[in-house]
Ligand binder design. Sequence first.
Ligand code: SF4
Ligand code: SF4
Length: 372
Amino acid sequence: MADSLLSSPGLTTYDILSRHGVSRRDFLSFCAITAASLGLEAQQVPAVVEALETKPRLPVIWLHGLECTCCSESFIRSSHPIAQDVVLNMISLDYDDTLQAAAGHQVEQIRKDLIEQAKRGETEYVLAVEGNAPTKDGGVYCTVAGETFLDVLRETAEHAKFVIAWGSCACNGCVQAAAPNPTGARPVHECITGKPIVKVPGCPPIAEVMTGVLTYVLTFGRLPELDRVGRPKMFYKQRLHDKCLRRSFFDAGQFVESWDDDGARKGWCLYKMGCRGPTTYNSCATFKWNGGVSWPIGSGHGCIGCSEENFWDDGPFYSRLAKTPLPGIEATPQKVGIALTAAAGVGIAAHLAALAIKRGRAAATENKAKEA
Ligand code: SF4
Ligand code: SF4
């Protein structure tokens, strides 16, 4: 680990990997898999290979504010056999409170030196932030080497090429910012201005997503295309609901009603148990967790929407998203219309309503046929 933290200026990712005994075949395989996960065409794989072979590693300053370090835990457990080597060697991790071997004023000086070099135009660096900044009472609830985290964050962001906000703490505030937010915790984009920021939310974000974002940034020297809330579209464009293995049960109106009922045993839809998959955008259904072993919904627990804003305050967990009629439950089209109006703008309502209307029409046709 200590070796990977050495700056080794001028060395490329591939130089470092070769020194660590990674074969060229494994390296090319990683580039192909990573390019695919980024949604790149096959003909763009050489661009990834070339970038990792020729571009000097990217200096990264990785700050930790109020957080639990689950993002770092996720990051160092990438599932591809050489992904750990790649992610920890593709960047020059010059400063990281939790992974660095050195400590104290020595590492604070490394951070300040890098900032000075960037000021003089001698280098560029990326600022990665895990956690958020408490702003109440002068920011005293999180300090580093005698400085408030808020000041450290602002000072480091000022000369960064761009900023990566890791996890829901940095992106949205997460549990620290949940009401009543006693420390005045604020996500990164509310603490700094004038810098391009990519948000990679999740509690934690998926390792492959973090690896993918870093690979993209290193390969193309810019941030990927972002969605309306600042997340990379390539990983956050799809609702969990749309790729969910339980979706056919949702469409059929077959729902788990309690954790130990027959529906739970049969793997039915978890919507009535509070699943937020219909309003959550993330890659869990694609990459899954722990090297693709499973994911929360696959294991029988509904999604709690950890990659969405204010997910702690949008509770309670384990209760249905919206009081809309469900497929498989008796509802007239009129009742559906009233519910739809109340839930305007909620996509799930429209879907459920469409199903209920379809059923209503089918029932009406059946009744007419009987009357005739
Ligand atoms: S509500 Fe949840 S469990 Fe049901 S289909 Fe949608 S994402 Fe899957
Ligand atoms: S299933 Fe939902 S709550 Fe769980 S990690 Fe994925 S987005 Fe977060």
